[in-house]
Design a binder for this molecule. Structure first.
Ligand code: GLN
Length: 458
């Protein structure tokens, strides 16, 4: 990732990335292209190199920013109308860290509005197309970021993962995507979805790049009280050439696409042949994951979204007669239907008559899931599962059926409820050329080992 050897200028890299972004404009990857800002920064880096000054570890590397990260470059819209016109006065900690190392943001990427979704079809700006098949979804919510990397427009992209939004689009597009341990990277300056499961992470083409980005972006931040001390750079490495890999036996295997099952079986054989031990696991509590997630996450997000009222920033509906109708019309026009559905579910499960039956039960299920992971990691170092039950589905196939869409998240959400890290790794293609992905799951704070293991088995 270095350009300091002067073989190529930062300006050349940035201009190439911008050209590619324009070339692929029909994929709807970007909500904003940072042409002026990116070229200006590239020239500054080139000038520094010319003067023989020290430059950062990401000097001149073009990257794409999911459009729910705040920074003054371009509007931060979270792909929702209600944030249209919002120019952030603050910069997310993760963005500041990347830029301090010289990375250059060439554009903001499309997502399901407020990161609610699994296909990027809930974006106000329309869906992003899959990098392998334009009739299919990119995955979501970070669809734009995944496709930007998969089509080689940029070296890496940022993402957020509240229940799979990095790992699922990574697997739908054949690249690496890491959801770190909860609290590894600061959430400061990122549009909040569900504060107890939101994680910041990256899309890359190699585990080596992931390693570099994690070593830069991780660490404690006084602006986010849930961040952990910087264990990523301090982790004592385990011997990744001899690992114990857990396979979950009681997942409903029939609901997993046959080619994905085959890819998993193939990977297991490969791991065995390389001397790794395979351990069979029973994890019955995981079946409560999806139901618990779709209660707890709406409960948290309805509170986070209540700040959008059309008064202080972003979009405001015209022609409202009084304050109540201003709120009502702004939210009605500014949120997508999926946002509104979740706000209603969230308020419902928190309401006094239903709190015990829904929210409290789901919170208890979450504890069961957490304990089940702890138990499993006494028997193995990592768990290997599919990221989602199917490869990329057709555009429009599930968008009118929220439950069918939610079911796609059945294998990804339990990690967020437990706070454990998951790394999506490419696992070949279907016979029709759709990419297949698997995820490696580790215990809390095993992120460095996960990445090292991915390097070992790539
Ligand atoms: N697909 C999941 C959802 O819609 C996850 C979203 C995310 O991780 N942001 O809630």
């Amino acid at each position: 990732m270095k350009i300091a050897n002067k073989k190529v200028t930062a300006e050349r890299l940035v201009r190439d990335a911008l050209d590619k972004a324009k070339h692929f404009s029909d994929y709807h990857i970007f909500t904003f292209l940072n042409e002026e800002g990116a070229i200006k920064k590239a020239r500054e880096i080139d000038a520094k190199i010319k003067r023989g000054e020290k430059v950062g570890r990401l000097a001149g590397v073009p990257y794409a920013l999911k459009d729910n990260f705040l920074s003054p470059e371009g509007e931060t819209t979270a792909s929702a109308l209600i944030l249209e016109g919002f120019n952030s006065p603050v910069t997310a900690t993760s963005v500041a860290k990347l830029e301090a190392e010289g990375a250059i943001m060439i554009g903001r990427t499309n997502l399901d509005a407020f990161a609610h979704g699994s296909s990027t079809e809930n974006s106000y700006y329309g869906p992003t197309l899959n990098s392998h098949d334009k009739t299919r979804v990119a995955g979501g919510s970070s669809g734009g970021s995944a496709v930007a990397v998969a089509l080689n427009i940029v070296e890496f992209a940022t993402g957020t993962d509240t229940g799979g939004s990095i790992r699922q689009p990574a697997s739908f597009n054949g690249i690496y995507g890491l959801k770190p341990t909860y609290g590894t990277i600061s959430r400061y300056g990122v549009v909040a979805m569900a504060s107890s499961t939101d994680c910041i992470g990256f899309f890359t083409k190699t585990p080596e790049d992931m390693d570099l980005l994690m070593s830069i972006a991780s660490g404690q931040d006084p602006k986010d009280m849930t961040t952990l001390p910087d264990y990523y750079n301090d982790t004592k490495k385990m011997n990744v050439s001899k690992a114990r890999i857990g396979i979950i036996k009681d997942f409903d295997n029939n609901s997993v696409h046959p080619e994905l099952r085959k890819a998993l079986a193939k990977k297991v054989e490969l791991l065995k042949s390389k001397g790794h031990e395979i351990v069979e696991l029973k994890m019955p509590a995981l079946k409560y994951g999806l139901a618990a997630y779709y209660i707890l996450v709406p409960a948290e997000l309805c509170s986070n979204l209540s700040r959008h009222d059309g008064v202080r920033y972003g979009f405001r509906s015209k022609d409202s007669k009084d304050l109540d109708s201003l709120y009502e019309n702004t939210r009605n026009e500014g949120f997508m239907s999926e946002n509104k559905r979740r706000i209603m579910i969230g308020n419902f499960v928190l309401s006094s008559g239903f709190y015990d039956a829904y929210f409290l039960k789901a919170a208890k299920a979450r504890t069961l899931i957490l304990k089940e992971y702890e138990k499993a990691f006494k028997k193995c170092d990592f768990i290997l599962t599919p990221v989602s039950p199917n490869p990329a589905f057709k555009l429009g196939e599930k968008v009118d059926d929220p439950v069918a869409m939610y079911l796609e998240d059945v294998m990804s959400v339990s990690l967020n409820l437990a706070g454990v890290p998951g790394l999506a790794i490419p696992a070949g293609e279907t016979k029709d050329g759709l990419s297949l992905g698997l995820q490696l799951v580790g215990p809390r704070r095993s992120d460095k080992n996960l990445v090292e293991f991915a390097k070992e088995i790539q």
